[in-house]
Design a protein around this ligand. Structure first.
Ligand code: TLP
Length: 342
């Protein structure tokens, strides 16, 4: 199978598995796991924040961020297609009791003026705007890169209104690699950030939540409450260290393959794609004019040995990652053309 469903499917490298076997461990709830401590210090340093916390998943990291920034009855401003709103099983409502004020964005960017208007004033009738959430790269916008100048504008507005900004940076390194800038140039414009180790960076699990020291202390308590105190977690932190130190630069290869795929798709009649929107490792395209829905198209594709994800009634997402080769891209294009020919 050529599995283009997600970069989450990447398995740990041999080096990661070896690091797991040899990892020094201790009880991380007592903060005695040296490998977890090393990962957290390293991540804080890379992300330019005072402290970091190793959490089980991107979803857990984002939800701990919401729980730590906001209290029940508060409101968060978030892009209408953002993962925290769209794909976290309603956790913001179920766990934090926070209401979402969604704003439709363009390529993942909410209009600055709309954010400004959405920030609540002080009035007994109104909820408190407890946070603004950004997502970079933006998944449902097709891996769109949110540039630093936009993030700066949001941050300046938020700071003027005393509202913290959280960044869902599940694929933040894809953004920094695509922009050719240090990741700190992006994280300087947010108070807190979540980055995934388990996507293109290929660690088997885990995310990092980073921010101010006292905030991370509160987040650590929320992680415990949620059952995320992981004891000898150094086994899982060890591949995370490799993810951060050795796997970032390789994301460029995923971006290159995604561009190849997009260019190939643009040549196939019946496929609608805007190749300019392919900035990182995610490719979205529309199959409506083939007469098939995304699900129908994907089921034919599966019969030909290729897996993808539906991202709308007629929209398909294909995601490149470490386990995809140039040959896989050629085969995928060939099979897609075959389906359309019928
Ligand atoms: N995204 C997954 C699915 O949940 C859709 C994927 O295959 O892309 N933020 C963003 C922007 C994400 O894309 C994801 C995962 C998460 C958070 C959640 O990370 P995990 O899966 O570790 O909870």
């Amino acid at each position: 199978m050529i599995d283009l469903r997600s970069d989450t499917i990447t398995k740990p490298t041999k080096e990661m598995r070896e690091a797991m076997v040899h990892a020094e461990v201790g009880d991380d709830v007592y903060r005695e796991d040296p490998t977890v401590n090393q990962l957290e210090d390293l991540a804080a340093d890379i992300l330019g924040k005072e402290a970091a916390l190793f959490v089980t998943s991107g979803t857990q990291g984002n939800q701990i961020a919401v729980l730590t920034h906001a209290k029940p009855g508060d409101e968060m401003i978030i892009e209408a297609d953002a993962h925290i709103f769209y794909y976290e099983a309603g956790a913001v409502a179920a766990l934090a009791g926070v209401q979402t004020r969604t704003i439709a964005g363009k390529r993942g960017k909410m209009p600055i003026e709309a954010i400004r208007q959405a920030i609540r004033g002080v009035d007994i009738h109104l909820p408190t705007t407890a946070m603004i959430a950004l997502e970079n790269t933006h998944n449902r916008a097709g891996g769109a890169v949110i540039p630093p100048d936009y993030m700066k504008e949001v941050y300046q507005l938020a700071q003027a209104k005393n509202v913290p900004v959280h960044l869902d940076g599940a694929r933040l390194f894809n953004a920094s690699v695509a922009l050719g800038i240090d990741v700190k140039e992006l994280t300087q414009y947010v108070d807190t950030v979540q980055v995934c180790l388990s996507k293109g960076l290929s660690a088997p699990m885990g995310s990092i939540l980073a921010g101010p020291k006292d905030w991370i202390e509160q987040a650590r308590k929320w992680r415990k409450r949620l059952g995320g105190g992981m004891r000898q977690a150094g086994l899982m932190a060890a591949p995370g260290i490799i993810a951060l130190t050795k796997m970032v630069d390789r994301l460029e290869e995923d971006h290159h393959l995604a561009k190849q795929l997009a260019n190939g798709l643009a040549q196939i009649e019946g496929i609608k794609i805007d190749i300019d929107t392919v900035e990182t490792n995610i490719v979205l395209f529309d199959v409506q004019s083939t007469g098939l829905t995304a699900e129908e198209f994907l089921s034919s594709l599966k019969n030909k040995g290729i897996l993808g994800s539906a991202f709308g009634e007629y929209v398909i997402r294909l995601t490149t990652h470490r386990e995809i080769t140039e040959k896989d891209i050629f085969v995928t294009l060939e099979k897609i053309a075959e389906i359309i020919k019928g």
